[in-house]
Design a binder for this molecule. Structure first.
Ligand code: EPS
Length: 395
């Protein structure tokens, strides 16, 4: 229902995004999109590039007087760093092209990309595969949020692990509360004791003699979903498969799990599945949410809880062994600059990807050419399932 594409290179003039399929009359607030772009730029352990950029959206189509008109919405974020790259990233041929970069970074797109796209220069591969492109995705995710909130859906995140240091929480969590605490943490972590250790671990990796990068795990929670978004009838209509694909598409993500995740493989069924209860006053309820809010590829009314594991960034300040693609001799991998840790930023990108998947699922379920029509249809459905005893949960 909702289609979107991004374009742009890390050091090209700009990043562009087009979203097609949004209903009309949806509020579009550039300052709100910019707020999400700022969240993406933040986090302890980010690199020098974030000092150069102040990502700011320009809205080029699809919006009039602050509301969508129903046509494609085009967003643009300029790269300030482009100023320093006019020659090296020139669209037109130049007299003195930059020398090729020939030492692929293990873990990055460089090696397979150079073979696939037939180039001895990793610049064209690096430019598009860079996580800089997530700027465009975060802008798109922010564009979808008012549609989600119109039907009561909110998306939040927090960091649960950095460099093997785990945040610890007792009992069932209130995700809004966790996210509120995470929002003020430099590592987006709601556990202050873990936060301190995560910062210390990043500090070690920033020091000259121990320079390195760190990965981690973040958690995204989608709150307020009615039961029945997504479907079990085909693999590509399952909401969990769509969420997993969207999160896995973020640079450096190597694993995605929902609810209890990989642990379900080690525990008997009687301790995995979330028992169902009913009381006249509260409607249906569950004692646990090990399913992570999705059963049979559909939302079940509980919070969707999805985690993604990010590998340490592969642009290493102390480069690993590589091979020069022209001479085929042993060399050290290419290094320009990098972040030490981008897990807090990745959490905000995870929110954006979840927002895009959920917006698509909402439009698929409720349709609507205008926001009013989408909301009306959603209310009709909510009324129908309330007749069946369902009541919204406090999340
Ligand atoms: C990023 C911008 C990039 C990198 C980073 C993410 O900018 P530059 O290459 O100019 O330093 O800092 O990209 C990667 C980590 C990567 O591996 O590609 C950003 O804006 O998020």
């Amino acid at each position: 229902m909702l289609r979107f594409l991004t374009g742009g290179e890390s050091h090209g003039p700009s990043l562009t995004a087009i979203a097609d399929g949004l209903p009309s009359n949806l509020a579009v607030d550039a300052s709100e999109i910019n707020r999400h772009l700022r969240r993406r730029q933040g986090g302890y352990g980010r690199g020098g590039r974030q000092q150069i950029e102040t990502d700011t959206v320009e809205i080029l189509s699809g919006v009039r007087y602050g509301r969508t008109m129903g046509g494609p919405v085009t967003l643009l974020v300029r790269n300030r760093d482009w100023e320093n790259w006019h020659e090296r990233m020139s669209v037109m041929p130049v007299e003195n092209p930059a020398p090729p970069i020939t030492q692929p970074r293990p873990g990055h797109a460089d090696f397979p990309g150079m073979l696939k796209y037939s180039t001895d220069d990793l610049r064209p591969i690096l430019e598009r595969s860079s996580a800089r492109n997530t700027t465009a995705l975060v802008a798109l995710g922010a564009l979808c949020r008012p549609l989600l909130s119109a039907v009561g859906i909110q998306i939040v995140s927090h960091v649960v692990t950095i460099g093997g240091i785990h945040a610890r929480f007792e009992g069932r969590q209130n995700y809004l509360d966790l996210a509120e605490r995470a929002e003020t943490s430099p590592v987006r972590c709601a556990d202050p004791a873990a936060e301190e250790k995560m910062i210390a671990a990043i500090d070690v990796c920033m020091q000259e003699e121990t320079r390195d990068t760190l990965g981690g795990v973040f958690e995204v929670a989608v709150l307020g979903c009615p039961p029945g978004l997504g479907s079990f009838v085909q693999w590509d209509r399952k909401l969990d498969s769509r969420l997993a694909a969207a999160l896995m598409s973020i640079q450096a993500i190597k694993g995605v799990e929902l609810g209890m995740g990989f642990e379900v493989g080690s525990i008997p069924g009687s301790r995995v599945h979330d028992e169902l209860f009913f009381a006249e006053a509260e409607g249906f309820s569950r004692g646990t949410n090990n399913a992570g809010g999705i059963e049979g590829g559909m939302t079940n009314g509980e919070p969707i809880v999805v985690r993604a594991a990010m590998k340490p960034l592969s642009t290493l300040p102390t480069p690993l062994a590589s091979v020069d693609m022209q001479t085929r001799t042993a060399v050290k991998a290419h290094f320009e600059r990098s972040d030490v840790c981008a897990v807090p930023a990745a959490a905000t990108i995870g929110e954006a990807m979840a927002a895009l998947v959920l917006a698509d699922a909402v439009l698929e379920k409720f349709g609507g050419d205008s926001l009013e029509e989408t909301v009306r249809n959603a209310q009709g459905y909510l009324h129908a399932i309330k007749e069946k005893g369902w009541q919204p949960q406090t999340q």
